[in-house]
Write a protein that binds this ligand. Structure first.
Ligand code: NAP
Length: 264
């Protein structure tokens, strides 16, 4: 009989969440902290890092630390990983979650606007993984969880052609990384959030939020913890045979074939 008390235990695991100071990353960090993991949150704003560490500290028995990093910069990612490994004594789980979603129509998009989104969302994911690889290999059961999106891999939305391209690119990266890292017993999976109520999404305004809620069979936007719970499962020992998978957490948003499908 399996020991059900020990199932899905994350106690004592060391976890780094990029973009862990706000929104989805903060939700992921809070789920891991509550489950007794040692948690590091990384972002650029030191004020937000300090606030997140105060809020996360004490949720569980593990340590909580913050580290300033810009994931679009490879050297910054190396320093981030080294700092976390020194402070937590190793690293078992990387949640590469930091991302941006500025909107701009395709016709007026500048090279700088395109570059910024690809630098943070695509290169930022890859640099974060590369920087953490030695520690994840040393863990012997490393886990990498990417925050992608339904936008790009499954759906589209005006203004987000560059963003959608970046989120689909993450999945292309994931599939080969999963093969390359399987020999090290590292799994690489992606969470595809639908519309999750975060600081970043709230900035898009009430019209956007209301329209999205009406497009979701579940009838409401998701919470950051909804994403955190899937990340926690993918980080568990029980998920060791799941790799290279993209899993939507969207209240069924991608399912309706037309608006009529939601009418009833
Ligand atoms: P958010 O509320 O704006 O938070 C973004 C986080 O990422 C912050 O902690 C931010 O901190 C950090 N960040 C941004 N750029 C960074 C950089 N260059 N280096 C390090 N950290 C950086 O966003 P969110 O809504 O939680 O989104 C998080 C992830 O989920 C993104 O990858 C996004 O594409 C994805 N997603 C979100 C939704 C949604 O509905 N909210 C849906 C699908 C996918 P600093 O600004 O201080 O650096």
């Amino acid at each position: 009989m399996p020991d059900t008390d020990a199932m899905f235990s994350l106690a004592g695991k060391s976890v780094l969440v990029t973009g862990g100071t706000k929104g989805i990353g903060r939700g992921i960090a809070s789920v891991f902290a509550t489950a007794g993991a040692h948690v590091a949150v990384a972002a650029r704003s030191t004020a937000d890092i300090d606030a997140a560490v105060v809020a996360l500290d004490g949720l569980g028995a593990g340590k909580v630390i913050g580290v300033a990093a810009d994931v679009s910069n490879r050297d910054s990612c190396t320093t981030m990983a080294d700092t976390v490994v020194d402070a937590l004594g190793g690293l078992d789980v990387l949640c590469a979650n930091a991302g941006i979603f500025p909107d701009v129509p395709l016709q007026t998009m500048t090279p700088d606007q395109l570059t910024e989104v690809l630098d943070v969302n695509v290169k930022g994911n890859i640099y974060s993984v590369q920087a953490c690889l030695d520690a994840l290999i040393a863990s012997g059961r490393g886990r990498i969880i990417l925050t992608s999106s339904i936008t790009g891999p499954i759906t589209g939305f005006p203004g987000w052609s560059h963003y959608g391209a970046s989120k689909a690119a993450q999945l292309g990266f994931m599939r080969t990384a999963a093969i390359e890292l399987a020999a090290h017993r590292i799994t690489v999976n992606a969470v595809l959030p639908g519309n999750i109520l975060t600081e970043g999404l709230a900035d898009l305004g009430e019209d956007y939020l209301g329209g999205m809620a009406r497009a979701i069979p579940a009838g409401a936007l998701g919470t950051p913890e909804d994403i955190g719970h899937l990340a926690a499962f993918l980080a568990s020992d029980e998920a060791s045979y799941i790799t290279g998978q993209a899993i939507a957490v969207d209240g069924g948003q991608v399912l309706p074939e037309s608006p009529d499908a939601l009418a009833g």
